[in-house]
Every structure is written in structure tokens, then in C-alpha cells.
Write a protein that binds this ligand. Structure first.
Ligand code: AHM
Ligand code: MG
Length: 355
């Protein structure tokens, strides 16, 4: 039986009532509601899910490396021990370089685009990824994540993929998602038909549908920002933060900040709130904040909008920004729609003098 994946959470739950829904089954059912689909995107998403399982298998064992006697880059078996972010990066590339589904890739770990090797065919899609975001958190057992974004190629089919294929505005996204390696591993993605979450059962190595049609709660609970940098923020962002704290007529929210974008975003997606990493004046080299437009912000913005939220650079929707370079950074406000609009209002009023 196939299920039309075009309803809301309750309808999908009812349709699948009592059935075991693996990620493969769900993606296939979504594909069936597009009779023109060739299955290429379905297979690409499934390849990403496989990469997620392989990466999860390593992240959950990260703390054991020392116990198992690793010395430098070699473990007791004499095998080379890769840093986890390098491992995640190479897994994503190797699982997608030969399938004929992808024209070109780009990773936050590399300065330039990652062409498909000459001896493999190219395909219709462009895959961009941050293989292990927040990887500095691994040593202290804090959640990290993989973020991915999929576009259609713009270069002609059959030619090598190009930089222009990778520099597309978020509005052109075909699919985006993330994997959170936390107390459990979850894959959350959207192809523009709602946001769906799957939880990995590590005992059988399969992702099962656990959160169909995620909607951001209308009532926000949390705000998430690195307040250590408050003195370096603009007046608009400082005043917005005070409003979030209940000053200036706001209703106080609780602060939760992990410092791992995927984990902070995931919490706000499920519990309601706003995450922001604004521009700051700490380092003149990075006037636009820390986070990268194409690897981190655009895919999260796509998910936020799909879940009823919003994402902005403080002035315009993140999804409308045309990237100029691969590692372009942007201020980022993402989450509850009203809170993102409020941030824009404070920035307009206090930073741009336009009440
Ligand atoms: P990374 O791409 O080098 O891992 O850095 C990105 C991470 C995000 O996950 C997180 O939101 C941010 O850096 C935290 O930065 P800070 O420590 O400045 O608050
Ligand atoms: Mg990152």
C-alpha cells in the first residue's frame, strides 16, 4: 500500500497506523505523489541516510578512541584514525561520487567545489554539505550534526558540474535536511512537502518515521544565541535580546544555547523559539557573523519555512540571498515567524534608523 504524503501529521499517522515506516518506504511514498519523478532524488536521499548511519556509528564511539589505545593517528590495529569531521566528509563524498545522480558537490571542509571524478557519470543534482557541524563539541560529548542541501544543476547535463551550480539561492532548493547525532540519531528532511523526522534504531541500523509533518509550535519557549558576544552586537540586536528577556514590553523566554547549530535548531523546531548568530564586531575579517550561507543557513532556512517558521539575515529572507562565493557568511535569525519579524523590526529601527 502506498500513502499519499500530502496531508498533515494526523492524517499521515492514521494512514500508517500500525505499520512500520522506514525512511526508504516514506521517501518512496513521497515520490509516488510525483508521477513524473524518476527516482533519482529518492536514491540520493537514501544515500545520504546511509552516510548518516555510517557517521552515527563513529560519533557514538568517539569517546572510545583513547580507551582502545589510539596513539596519534593510528589505533591498536595499526589502522589510521581519521578525525571525525574528515571521516564524515569523505563518507558523504564517496557515497555520492559514482552514482550518476550528482553533477558536483561542495563541502564546508573544502575551499573549492568537489567535481565528480572523470571516470564516473554526472547527474542532475548538486549536493552541498557541512559534514560534521559543531565538531569541536565532540570532545565534550555534545550533539553534533550533518547538514545537507540539494539543488538541480544549472549546467548542461553531461558536462562537468560548475561553481555556478553550487551558488544558487535557497529558494531553488529541491531538498534539505540535517542529521543530529544526539541522545539518539535523527534525520530530519524536507523536499518541500513538509518536514519529517526519522529516528535511527541502532540495533537494526534503520531509520524509522518518528516525527511526520513537524510544525514549529506557535508559542515560542526559548531563545538561543551566544550572549558572550553581546558587547560586539549592534544596538538593534542588543535591544532585541532585551525584548526577548521581557524588557521593552516582551514576555521573557528561557535561554538555551548549546553552540551546535543542528542541536540548537532542532530544539527550537520541536519546542518553539528562535536561534540567532548575528553580525558582530569581534573580528574585522568576519563582519557578517560566523555561519555559512550555503552550507548551514540556507538548508536550515528551508526547513524552518517548511515547518511554519522563518529565517532572515535581519533584513531579508535567507532563502532570497544569491550567494556570491562558497564560504560566504551571513547573519542568521531562524525560528518562530513572529520572533524573526521582531528581530528585523529592531534592526530596522535601531541599526538603520527606519522606524
Ligand atoms: P563549525 O562549522 O566550525 O563547526 O562552527 C559552526 C558552529 C555552529 O554549530 C554553532 O552554531 C556555532 O559554531 C557556535 O559558535 P560560537 O562558539 O561562536 O557560539
Ligand atoms: Mg559548520
Amino acid at each position: 500500500m502506498s500513502v499519499a504524503i500530502n496531508g498533515d501529521s494526523a492524517r499521515v499517522r492514521e494512514a500508517y497506523n500500525g505499520k512500520i515506516v522506514t525512511i526508504e518506504r516514506f521517501i518512496l511514498d513521497q515520490q509516488r505523489s510525483h508521477p513524473e519523478a524518476t527516482g533519482t532524488l529518492t536514491s540520493l536521499l537514501y544515500d545520504i541516510a546511509l552516510a548518516a548511519k555510517l557517521i552515527a556509528n563513529k560519533t557514538t564511539r568517539a569517546g572510545l578512541v583513547d580507551i582502545l589505545g589510539s596513539t596519534g593517528r593510528y589505533n591498536v590495529q595499526g589502522e589510521e584514525v581519521q578525525k571525525l569531521d574528515e571521516y564524515a566528509d569523505s563518507i558523504l563524498f564517496k557515497l555520492n561520487d559514482h552514482t550518476g545522480r550528482v553533477a558536483v558537490m561542495a563541502s564546508e571542509e573544502h575551499p573549492d567545489i568537489l567535481p565528480i571524478p572523470d571516470h564516473y557519470p554526472t547527474g542532475p543534482y548538486v549536493l552541498l554539505y557541512d559534514p560534521l557541524d559543531g565538531s569541536s563539541n565532540i570532545d565534550v560529548n555534545v550533539s553534533v550534526g550533518t547538514i545537507f542541501a540539494i539543488y538541480r544543476r544549472r549546467s548542461p547535463q553531461g558536462s562537468p558540474g560548475s561553481l555556478e551550480d553550487c551558488l544558487q539561492p535557497g529558494r531553488a532548493l529541491v531538498a534539505a535536511g540535517y542529521v543530529i547525532y544526539g541522545s539518539s540519531t535523527m534525520l530530519v528532511y524536507s523536499t518541500g512537502q513538509g518536514v519529517h523526522g526519522f529516528t535511527l534504531d541502532p540495533s537494526v541500523g534503520e531509520f524509522f518515521l518518528s516525527h511526520p509533518y513537524i510544525r514549529m509550535p506557535a508559542k515560542p519557549k526559548y531563545y538561543s544565541a551566544n550572549q558572550g558576544y553581546t558587547p560586539f552586537w549592534s544596538e538593534g540586536v542588543r535591544r532585541f535580546t532585551e525584548w526577548l528577556q521581557g524588557q521593552d514590553g516582551g514576555k521573557p523566554l528561557s535561554l538555551r544555547y548549546i553552540g551546535s547549530l543542528v542541536a540548537d535548531f532542532h530544539r527550537n523546531l520541536l519546542a518553539g523559539g528562535i536561534f540567532y548568530y548575528p553580525a558582530d564586531s569581534r573580528d574585522p575579517r568576519y563582519p557578517s557573523g560566523k555561519l555559512r550561507l550555503i552550507y548551514e543557513c540556507a538548508p536550515m532556512a528551508f526547513l524552518a519555512e517548511q515547518a511554519g517558521g522563518a529565517a532572515s539575515d535581519g533584513r531579508r529572507p535567507i532563502l532570497d540571498i544569491q550567494p556570491q562565493e562558497l564560504h560566504q557568511r551571513t547573519p542568521f535569525f531562524v525560528g518562530n515567524r513572529e520572533l524573526v519579524a521582531k528581530a528585523e523590526e529592531y534592526i530596522r529601527t535601531y541599526d538603520e534608523g527606519q522606524p
